[in-house]
Design a protein around this ligand. Structure first.
Ligand SMILES: [Zn+2]
Length: 424
């Protein structure tokens, strides 16, 4: 087992190393034995932070321990470290995360507090036993200062205004939808900060989360523990007895939680949550499928925000190009000539051509027409058609607009949006 080393940083590990050169540096470190293992883990963490990665993966495969960074939502291979160092490297991570190092056959969670070693960032660590040995995932958490405000997320102004208007209401539910890693959590935190930050009106804001990733000033946050029976539903029912004005539920994924949350939105609470669905109109169908009564859905859900994240072209290496015809046809963008642009790859963007992300959104507010359709249990297609008319902003045109501005590519947009969902 590895011993805990002093907290001092080795100078070399916190200097920026280009992505393509990290593997050689890590290999050189682990070749030095025990102290090299410590340095290699420090180096991987520091480079992850310096490269702006959200996650660092240590994955044992047949041929060795693969190190990968998630950059702007996409996994990139960093390199492979020798199989014989695999256990030591993962053990070192577990020491830092205060896990039980000798227990290798069960998943574990841990945390590495912010310090010089982590370049000031808090890290969440999880390990998992696989057929080729234990893997480790290090999630790099945002520090408070890095939290974007609602207006900085990249949504169109109309969407930001719509959301701000909703926060001034006294009751009703706002549901966010989108695939995992589409930025919903960041948006929810931005909305909560907007609610708490508004001067002159103190509100009792409570959240039920899994997990609580960041602590928010002025908000009472609870972490659910399903193993102890403290699940979303139990937590929500308990909190409602404490007279909150604003409630955030991490996710509505079972009928009971859905019903409790929706009902709260009808009885003097502002309710914020996420729900799994492809499109904004799909949220209503999902709730009806869960067995929630149509009148509850129609009267309590005041708005839906569907969102995606798109990677942006690297400004340093951007150049004109022409996407495949099939792709242009799919998006139907041929009518108006567009100056397509993409990044060709440069040292600034690690040769990826894309750097940074923006959110795009679809903002749907409840109105009589939509409510009538929900009461009639109309099909998803019919609801989608109405939504397309009612939404001032929808995902597809929002994305195509960014492509037209040369800020992202059709390929990136295709990866984020299922075009068929919009061809009702
Ligand atoms: Zn570039």
């Amino acid at each position: 087992m590895l011993s805990q080393k002093s907290e001092q940083q080795t100078g070399s590990s916190s200097e920026f190393i280009p992505l393509a050169e990290i593997e050689a540096a890590l290999r050189a470190a682990v070749a030095r034995g025990e102290s090299g293992i410590v340095d290699a883990v420090d180096m991987a963490i520091a480079q992850g932070v310096l490269h702006g990665a959200s996650d660092i993966y240590f994955e044992p495969w047949r041929d060795g321990l693969h190190v990968r960074f998630r950059l702007d939502g996409v996994l990139h291979d960093v390199g492979v470290l020798p199989k014989e160092n695999q256990e030591h490297l993962v053990s070192r991570i577990k020491v830092l995360a205060r896990n039980v190092v000798y227990q290798r056959d069960l998943p574990q969670d841990g945390r590495i507090e912010a310090g010089p070693r982590t370049l000031g960032r808090s890290l969440r660590v999880s390990t998992f036993p696989t057929v080729h040995g234990e893997n480790a995932l290090i999630r790099i958490l945002n520090s408070d200062a890095q939290f974007p405000d609602l207006a900085e997320l990249g949504f169109s102004e109309g969407i930001t205004e719509g959301v701000m208007e909703w926060t001034r209401r006294n009751q009703g539910a706002l549901l966010l939808t989108g695939p995992s890693s589409s930025g919903k959590t960041t948006t929810i935190y931005a909305i909560l900060r907007a609610i708490v930050g508004r001067a002159g009106r103190a509100r009792h804001v409570v959240t039920v989360e899994d997990p609580v990733e960041y602590s928010l000033d002025g908000v009472t946050q609870a972490q659910i523990q399903p193993a102890k029976g403290f699940d979303y539903d139990a937590a929500l029912k308990g909190i409602l007895r404490q007279d909150p004005e604003v409630i955030m539920v991490g996710e509505v994924r079972d009928p009971s939680t859905a019903r409790t949350a929706i009902q709260a939105g009808l009885t003097g609470h502002l309710v914020l949550s996420t729900i799994h669905s492809g499109t904004s109109a799909g949220v209503f169908c999902r709730l009806l499928d869960m067995g929630i009564e149509p009148f509850l859905v129609a009267s309590a859900v005041s708005a839906v925000l569907a969102q995606r994240l798109l990677r942006l072209n690297c400004p340093q290496c951007i150049a004109s190009y022409v996407p495949d015809k099939s792709l242009r046809d799919e998006f139907g963008v041929e009518q108006s000539p567009v100056a397509y642009q993409r990044g060709n790859g440069c040292p600034e963007c690690n040769g990826i051509g894309l750097q940074g992300r923006t959110a795009i959104g679809e903002w749907l507010t409840m109105n009589d027409e939509l409510a009538d359709q929900i009461m009639r249990r109309d099909s998803l297609r019919a609801l989608q058609k109405t939504a397309g008319r009612l939404c001032t902003h929808t995902l597809l045109p929002e994305g195509v607009h960014l492509v037209g501005q040369g800020r992202t590519t059709l390929e990136e947009l295709k990866g984020a949006i299922l075009v068929e969902e919009y061809q009702a």
